[in-house]
Design a binder for this molecule. Structure first.
Ligand SMILES: [Zn+2]
Length: 281
């Protein structure tokens, strides 16, 4: 079915030469930081493109316990200006290449797994997609809606990341784990129409780094006492329009979450349609 097999790499923990401090010592000095929560966490990243490259590196450096990456797309030469790939990766599956390339960023014993398939394909195969947190960095609303619906039902938080068509503005939305909080559809009702992203959009490292940094903080806020007074942030690089930092409320008439009962069984694989193609951002 897939031309590439999944990749799993168990990385080594780098020991301190004098046994004094772990490699994560400096971040452990941050107020509220709980290394054990991150080291014990199992994260899923949907999309291994520009956002996935940045967040993946951050999670590896911070020593997340396990990171599973899903993407069906292959590396193209136009990805190399911003995504964590090299010329030798061109034509290879992004999720598997990213896992191999991230391994050298792991110093805290992270287990990396790359799956050459979309999120929707993983659901159709009835894979275990439960996790402590999910990062959704794809370029189309259909995949975002699928992730929102699936994880809202399970009560697993999802961080949605998007960059605008000018590569000037980035958004981060956190779908929390509780039923009284908004889903992706509450925050972006027009996205429920499931529009596809255009094939060629501007993109550069700068906006991806800024947006991924905020999303990395959001991951910590879900796992430990690093406080977050927002569930939606929008930021502009140029600064001609104001940044936004707010808490989006739940929409009781939301077309996505109002009919979902948290904790109810997920839709069976046999009733799901084939992949909608969740290409990465
Ligand atoms: Zn909703």
């Amino acid at each position: 079915m897939y031309s590439t097999s999944p990749v799993k790499i168990v990385t080594e923990k780098v020991a301190s030469p004098d046994q004094r401090f772990a490699v994560t010592h400096r971040q452990e000095l941050i107020a509220g930081f709980n290394q054990a929560s991150l080291t014990n966490a199992d994260g899923i990243m949907i999309g291994a493109g520009g956002i996935g490259s940045e967040i993946g590196e951050g999670l590896c450096r911070k020593a997340v316990g396990r990171l599973r990456i899903f993407d069906h797309d292959v590396v193209e030469h136009t990805n190399l200006n911003r995504q964590h790939f090299f010329a030798a990766d061109i034509g290879e599956n992004k999720a598997c290449c990213l896992v191999r390339n991230l391994a050298s960023h792991c110093h805290g014993g992270t287990t990396l797994e790359g799956y050459p398939m979309s999120f929707e394909d993983a659901l159709a195969l009835d894979m275990d997609m439960s996790a402590a947190f999910v990062v959704c960095g794809v370029d189309n609303s259909e995949a975002r809606v699928a992730a929102s619906r699936y994880y809202y039902r399970l009560g697993i938080p999802v961080i949605f990341i998007a960059v605008d068509m000018l590569a000037e503005c980035g958004h981060v939305f956190v779908q929390e784990s509780t039923p009284n909080t908004p889903c992706f559809g509450c925050a972006f009702p027009r996205s429920l129409a499931g529009r596809k992203a255009p094939c060629f959009v501007p993109s550069a490292k700068d906006i991806l780094k800024v947006t991924a940094g905020i999303a990395l903080y959001a991951v910590d806020s879900l796992l430990m006492d690093r406080h977050r007074n927002w569930n939606y942030r929008l930021h502009h690089l140029a600064g001609f329009a104001p940044d936004v930092l707010t808490t989006v409320g739940k929409d009781s008439k939301c077309a996505l979450c109002s009919s979902i009962q948290q904790g109810s069984p997920a839709v069976g694989a046999t009733t799901r349609r084939a992949s909608t193609g969740s290409a990465s951002l």
